[in-house]
Ligand binder design. Structure first.
Ligand code: GAP
Length: 469
């Protein structure tokens, strides 16, 4: 298993055009990142793999794309305005801001959903033992913990109106809020029968206390959420079903089962009956961290929105005419976190012997083929031989409507292989002088580096058998 640091991964992502720090020319913006060309391709493939399994292959899940801005009452009803916050401490010397629960966790004290009083008591004990120190400068001059709201506020309305509390809207802290608000329209227009789900992918925003964890925890991120509406008596079995579906999804895309585990939340919100996280063993974050949450939320969400809006959000059974407010279970995963997990899983450094017989380090992303940003790279053996370039271009043009392809004629073939290995391209096709006479090409496999010869006309069928997406 290749070990590497967060700095190495961050530098690699930037060098290869996967992820850039946002607003870099102005000095950056903490915990905000941009995705470059290969990053977008990889992220879209992960999103599509989720969507295919959660919507396309299911009869019981419908699609939604709701707006980021919602009526501000949405977040009052959900409880976010009153209590969506983290305990925060500051270093008085260097102004570093830290999450107090994470500070406690670093000392083996669990503070998951703990009260502010508990957090401050435990911090005081560490302070008395001179163990409470700033993570940046080591100072012991640390403030008591206080609540820090994660809600990101904005203001909409006429540009001539003064910015005032009445115009305040929130950038959604989770995408599921839009699903609850569109549950009734979905029910009235598409008439789904319980149990059914609504899924969506979109941006969410949280004013996170910065922990410098690259794209693991960002202030703007994408969530992929599915809310499943059901009868309360269906909850236990359905919950287990979705836990298994989600677990299998990770295995299907190549994650080793020993690097995944379930974390059971012992402290639950009063309305919840179960909450488990899928955790992945990140090499560069030093162990298991949350990737996805699967939560049984009872009827809290629809009841709250029904109460605050005054609109009846109950469901009527078409046969029995029984009326009920459906209960909800959700699967919720961050797209950026999945991106990081797949990179962590795929990033490999190998020592190989090159064509000159020297040993060199090969960096290769061993991504699942369906997730790879580029599926097939096409090379003419030599750049300065027009017949080779023309033939390679023709093969490239024939393949690109079906697969994400890249044409590369820079440097020697060995260098091109290295470049494609670094972005995880599973297949490289080289057009050489034999191609001009017998129409065969060389296909080189990313993982084994084995090469086979094949008729150019067979390439499409061959790749179709290997790549689904
Ligand atoms: N609707 C439920 C919900 O939002 P959550 O546990 O707060 O639950 C679900 O978030 C998932 O969203 C997390 O498991 C994580 O993958 C992702 N996520 C949450 N906050 C994030 C952040 N600041 N940056 C990146 N991903 C985040």
């Amino acid at each position: 298993m290749t070990q590497y640091s967060m700095d190495q991964l961050t530098a690699f992502c930037k060098r290869k055009g996967f992820v850039f720090p946002s607003s870099e020319i102005y000095g950056g913006l903490q915990a905000i990142y941009d995705y470059g060309h290969y990053g977008v391709l990889l992220k879209n493939n992960i999103r599509d793999a989720w969507w295919k399994h959660m919507v396309q292959l299911r009869d019981d899940v419908l699609a939604l794309d709701s707006a980021i801005f919602m009526h501000p009452q949405t977040w009052v009803a959900s409880g976010h305005v009153a209590s969506f916050d983290d305990p925060q401490v500051d270093c008085r010397d260097c102004k570093n801001r830290m999450r107090a629960d994470h500070v406690l966790e670093g000392h083996g004290i669990s503070a998951d959903k703990a009260s502010l009083e508990f957090v401050n008591q435990e911090l005081d004990k560490l302070r008395a033992e001179t163990k409470l120190r700033c993570s940046a400068c080591g100072s012991q001059n640390i403030t008591p913990a206080r609540r820090f709201s994660l809600m990101v506020k904005s203001n909409i309305g006429s540009p001539t109106e003064a910015l005032c509390e009445e115009n305040v809207v929130y950038l959604r802290p989770e995408t599921c809020g839009g699903i609850y608000l569109e549950y009734k329209n979905t029910l009235n227009t598409l008439n789904p029968k319980l149990p059914f789900g609504i899924a969506q992918v979109g941006k969410a925003f949280r004013n996170e206390i910065v922990a410098k964890q690259f794209i693991f925890r960002t202030r703007e991120f994408e969530q992929m959420e599915m809310q499943y509406f059901l009868r309360p008596q269906e909850m236990a079995a359905t919950y287990e079903m979705w836990k298994e579906i989600r677990w299998q999804w990770y295995l299907q895309f190549g994650i080793q089962p020993e690097r995944l585990r379930w974390y059971k939340h012992e402290k639950l919100a009063h309305y919840a009956s179960a909450a488990y996280d899928v955790e992945y063993d990140f090499k560069f974050l030093g162990g298991f961290k949350e990737i996805e949450g699967i939560h049984a939320r009872g009827d809290w969400d629809l009841s709250q929105h029904g109460k605050h809006s005054g609109v009846d959000l109950s469901y009527q059974d078409p046969q029995s005419k029984e009326k009920l407010v459906p209960h909800i279970m959700e699967t919720s995963v961050g797209l950026g976190r999945l991106f990081l997990m797949f990179l962590d899983h795929a990033y490999t450094e190998e020592t190989i012997t090159n064509a000159k017989g020297e040993s060199e380090t090969r960096i290769v992303l061993k991504l699942h083929r369906d997730l790879a940003p580029v599926k097939v790279a096409v090379f003419p053996l030599l750049k300065n031989k027009p017949a080779l370039v023309e033939k390679a271009r023709a093969i490239y043009s024939a393949l690109r409507p079906y697969f994400a392809c890249e044409f590369d004629d820079n440097g020697n073939v060995g260098k091109r292989y290295r470049r494609q290995d670094e972005i995880g391209t599973p297949y490289c096709v080289t057009i050489d002088f034999d191609t001009l006479t017998d129409d065969t090409v060389t296909i080189r496999d990313r993982d084994t580096m084995a090469q086979v010869r094949m008729k150019a006309a067979e390439l499409r069928g061959y790749f179709r058998g290997q790549i689904e997406n």
